[in-house]
Design a protein. Structure first.
Ligand code: DAH
Length: 347
């Protein structure tokens, strides 16, 4: 009987080691250890029939065989499980040397880029950057820059006045600023010359939105106040400024009128859209107007507490959108505010 047990054990262990999946293992367990007709079970059932001294020896050996088969089953099960895990790991293996997929890269919006260039150029020329309120009083926006209530120039800056109901403000007193010139007096009142200031910022005007007009737009205002500032300082600075921002351009000046400057000059550059041949954008002139400027009017200096007999200054104001259009050759400012990636990806 002992020999039979030994054979059963060898047979079982060999089978177990050859098995590749859990179902097979379970079949083997039943084949040998099954409660009713397992091969080993059947042998064990016969032990009580043995002689008393044999019973003990064979009984103990049978238990050992049973334990060995059970252990072998467990071990094989664990081995199969481990192999399965390793296979999964292999399937998920990552080659870290494969070049990555580049995420799409963003860039500055053309308006932001233009503004950044204007600011860095101004800093190089020794200008300080100032910011001021977009909700402004009629006083700073108009009166202090020599545009009294009856000035016809106000018609060119149709304004969004704020509804004063429920506040102490009188109707017509507060508005969304129409230009960054509002900061001339605000800065002059608080600082002493020499002044070299650049004010970039958002402005608002009542307008019909079309290819060249928007109710909300960016402007920047530059001004310089000191003893002995003259028109040639203005012309030289503006000429340099424009040629730095639009390399290779030509600049010319025309006399004009602004309430806040005397004399006043408009700067034109060679139209970058048509190269000077004439197009719809430049109204076939070959030149486009880009900037207003002039010597700060003595009234403006006086209203801000400066003595115009001691100090003189110049100022210039320019639409950022217009500058961006001319730099990037766009024909519709609405494109600059569109979310259309096909437009934005071109820059
Ligand atoms: N404030 C003017 C406007 O928005 C622009 C301007 C013209 C500003 C002449 C100036 C200047 O400082 O001297 O239309």
């Amino acid at each position: 009987m002992q020999e039979k047990l030994l054979n059963l054990k060898n047979e079982a262990l060999a089978q177990i080691m050859a098995v590749r999946d859990n179902n097979e293992l379970e079949k083997i367990r039943v084949e040998y250890l099954g409660k009713n007709s397992g091969k080993l079970t059947l042998v064990i059932k016969k032990i009580p029939e043995l002689e008393p001294d044999q019973k003990v020896i064979v009984g103990r050996f049978a238990n050992e065989v049973k334990k060995m088969i059970e252990d072998a089953l467990e071990r094989q099960k664990a081995l199969l499980q481990k192999e399965r895990e390793e296979n999964i790991a292999e399937a998920e293996w990552i080659d870290v040397t494969i070049p990555g997929i580049r995420p799409p890269e963003g860039h500055l919006h053309p308006l932001t880029q233009t503004l950044a260039d204007v600011i860095s150029l101004s800093r190089r020329l020794g200008f300080q950057i100032a910011a001021g309120p977009e909700i402004e009083t009629d006083n700073y926006n108009f009166e202090k820059v020599n545009m009294p209530p009856d000035s016809p120039s106000r018609d060119t800056q149709a304004s969004f006045y704020l509804d004063p109901r429920g506040s102490k403000v009188q109707p017509g007193e507060i508005l969304l600023r129409t230009h960054t010139s509002n900061m001339q007096s605000r800065v002059m009142e608080k600082s002493k010359p020499p002044l070299r200031v650049l004010v970039p910022g958002k402005c608002y005007r009542v307008d019909d939105v079309d290819a060249s007009h928007n109710i909300e737009f960016y402007q920047f205002e530059g001004f310089v106040v000191d003893r002995g500032i003259s028109l040639t300082d203005l012309l030289g600075t503006v000429d340099y400024f424009l040629k730095e921002l639009i390399p290779g351009t030509e600049v010319k000046f025309y006399a004009t009128h602004f309430d806040f400057t005397e004399p006043s000059v408009e700067a034109y550059i060679r139209c970058t859209i048509c190269g000077g041949k004439g197009c719809a954008y430049c109204k076939n002139q070959g030149w486009s107007e880009v900037l207003g400027s002039g010597m700060i009017h003595p009234h403006v200096l006086k209203f801000a507490g400066m003595d115009p007999h001691i100090y003189t200054g110049f100022a210039f104001g320019m639409g950022l959108t217009r500058l961006a259009i001319l730099r990037y050759q766009l024909d519709d400012i609405r494109l600059l505010h569109s979310l259309d990636m096909r437009v934005l990806e071109q820059f």
